[in-house]
Structures are given as C-alpha cells and as structure tokens.
Write a protein that binds this ligand. Sequence first.
Ligand SMILES: N[C@@H](CCC(=O)N[C@@H](CS)C(=O)NCC(=O)O)C(=O)O
Length: 217
Amino acid sequence: MAPRYKLTYFDLRGRAEPTRIALAYAGVHYDDVRISWENRLEGEWSEIKNSGKFPFGTVPILEVDGQTLSQSMAILRFVARRHGLAPSEDIQQAKAEMFAEEVYRLENAYIRALLNTDLEQQKEQMNQFNKETVPKASEYLEKLLDKNYGDEVYCVGNKLSFADICVFAFFNTYVGHGEPAVPAALEKFPRLRVLYEKVRDEPRIEEWLKKRPKTSL
Ligand SMILES: N[C@@H](CCC(=O)N[C@@H](CS)C(=O)NCC(=O)O)C(=O)O
C-alpha cells in the first residue's frame, strides 16, 4: 500500500513549498494541512505549537509511517530519496545538498527581515536582500551552473533533483512572489533562467503551480 503522507505548515509556500513541489513531481498524494499564518499568535497555532506533536515546536512537519519528521530540509531530502529526486552517487548528493543549503541560507535572510518588527530595519533588510543578497548569490549560483557541461541544465548531473527544486522554489517564492514568470532579477543569469524554466515547465509541477492556493508568501 502506498504510504500516506501528511504535511503540515502554515497557509504559505515558504519552507514547505519545495517538499510540495517534490511530491507533485513524484505524483504522490498527500494531505496538505495548512494552519492560519495570520492568526498564528492567538489562533490554532498558539494552541497546538506546544502540544507535543511538533518535535521542535515548528512547522513544517511530515507525518509518515507512524513517524513525525521535522526540519524542512530533512523532510525534503527524505521525500527526494524516496521518490527519485536525490542523486545516488555520494559526491553528487553532497553537491545537491550544497545548492540546497545555500538557498536555505538565503531563505533565512528573507525570513529574518520579514519577521523584524522594527519597520525601518525591516525595510533596510528587505532592500539589502533584494539589492545585495539575491544578486550576489545569483552570481555564485550562475558560475556553478556554468561549470556544467554544455547541455546540462540541472544543478547536478543531467537529472532533476531536490537541489533544482530548492533553487526554483526560492526564486519563485521570495523573488518572483509566486508568479510563474521568470523573475526580472534572473535576466542577467542565463543558466539560472533556464533552470527556473525547466523546473517550472515539468508537467506535474506546472499543474501544481496552477492549482496551489494563492498565498502572500
Ligand atoms: N529550521 C526549521 C525552521 C522552522 C521554522 O522556524 N518554522 C517557522 C515557520 S517558517 C515556525 O514554525 N514558526 C512558528 C513558531 O516558531 O512558533 C525548518 O527548516 O523547518
């Protein structure tokens, strides 16, 4: 019998979206449980956060085979290994993780800015994210992709992996605001642009992008 997955997160793309995209690509059915982000401080989340259900009091979590997994990157890699989105060779695995971890670092920079309650500082940090962090990281990513052989478009080898999904989900959510179009910030980066399009245009991913709930983040 196929495993039953239950993925719980806020009603956002955020840290759960790479896993949702991976599950969509794999054609795997799962329960997409969404907790209100707007009411997180006084609503359902405040009641369940410390219920013991969440290993670190955070989301996302993935429930499967009677286990509860936490930490978005561990969840994504687990799903990737199960569903053919993880390279099998150790160096390639490490390289895929290298891309994914860098993108996670960038995501953290965005979230830090977003959660800053000092609005002046928040504006400054968001500005820095858009004007410095993203362009600099894009340069690094482009250079790495450029080391690939001519017709290889993916982060690692010639096959889609969780690394590509992380890169796509980052630019789509935090730079492109969830719109499918290639973000303008990628115009100067041909390899990154092609990678973004390649992931976006995978038929099952395209279908998910069309049908997923529209959310602010
Ligand atoms: N390292 C964790 C971070 C998880 C995390 O901080 N999640 C946030 C949402 S993006 C959360 O649960 N915030 C609510 C809270 O801490 O009460 C991961 O990647 O899963």
